[in-house]
Design a protein around this ligand. Structure first.
Ligand code: R5P
Length: 293
């Protein structure tokens, strides 16, 4: 038997998963003691159950502790295994030491999480210099893919699309969507100089009536999407539709993106946001089913 637990704040994803697995999420209580320490309680019989804990490390320093406490509680209640379903896998960005003295946090988070849960399911993690999650996670992992759902959205919304990735690492997502859509694709060149400072080079190209669809895994400050849009428009393209898998939105960026010449931005629903239009729940549920066997 499977039991779905929501890390508080992730109830929608937990509900979507539970519905697809044909179970009800098990209630979780989380509160603070007066001194700020975290209290957790799981209201259910987990004896002999495989637990899928739905949560993310996005949103603050206590999220890891909350996941660890819920996983520990589930085991104490008799769960036979505890997996983490993280629709957005945070802490994949710092996957190398770029300057002396920096911490490689992707590695530390992978190591910590691998001590807390037995398996991990996530949607299109930011694999850039790391070519696989196994480089930092020692537990079994399964990646749910957003490409089929994005391709179906693009087919329904854009005539004659050409898919465009803003940087070299985006080729993995862009090529998968392009293949599903039967559309051409190209990838731009990006140089990042700082958290909010990127430059992008778009090739001179004949767009031949195609509408660009910019696809990136994460939109955070939006500088990547904004600069890519500017360069596409400067190269003579139609207004691009921007699609991001993970709507991190560290900054309010929509007005700047529109004034740079974008047609709009839509996102998958791995991180709840007003721009969510593409539902990934089916893909997540298939990955969890495969993990549970
Ligand atoms: C990094 O290379 C990622 O693929 C994204 O391009 C990046 O996270 C986007 O960040 P921002 O929105 O801050 O430019």
């Amino acid at each position: 038997m499977t039991c779905v637990l929501a890390v508080p704040g992730n109830e929608l994803h937990a509900q979507q998963l539970a519905e697809r697995l044909g179970v009800s999420p098990c209630p979780v209580e989380l509160r603070r003691f007066p001194d700020g320490e975290i209290y957790v309680r799981v209201d259910g019989d987990l004896a002999g159950q495989e637990v899928a804990l739905v949560g993310s490390l996005l949103g603050g320093g206590d999220s890891f502790l909350t996941i660890a406490f819920l996983a520990g509680t589930a085991r104490d209640l008799g769960a036979t295994s505890v997996g983490l379903v993280a629709p957005y896998l945070a802490y994949m960005r710092q996957d190398a030491q770029f300057h002396p003295g920096e911490g490689v946090t992707a590695r530390y988070v992978g190591r910590l999480m691998s001590q807390v849960v037995d398996w991990l399911v996530t949607v299109d993690p930011h694999l850039h210099r790391l070519d696989a999650l196994e480089r930092v996670y020692s537990i079994p992992t399964t990646i749910a893919r957003s490409a089929p759902a994005i391709a179906s959205y693009v087919r329904s919304q854009v005539e004659h699309p050409v898919l465009v990735g803003p940087d070299a690492e985006s080729v993995q997502w862009v090529s998968a969507v392009a293949e599903s859509c039967g559309a051409p694709y190209t990838v731009l060149e990006k140089t990042r100089r700082g958290d909010r400072d990127v430059s992008i080079t778009a090739p001179e190209t004949a767009w031949n009536g195609h509408t660009p669809v910019l696809i990136d895994d994460i939109v955070s400050t939006g500088k990547t999407m904004i600069e890519a849009t500017r360069q596409l428009r400067a190269a003579g393209s139609a207004a691009p539709l921007c699609i991001a898998i993970h709507a991190v939105f560290a900054d309010a960026l929509e007005a700047e993106l529109l004034s740079a010449g974008a047609r709009g931005i839509v996102t998958c629903d791995t991180v709840p946001h007003t721009t969510n239009r593409i539902c990934i729940a089916d893909s997540i549920a298939s990955a969890v089913r495969a993990r549970l066997g």
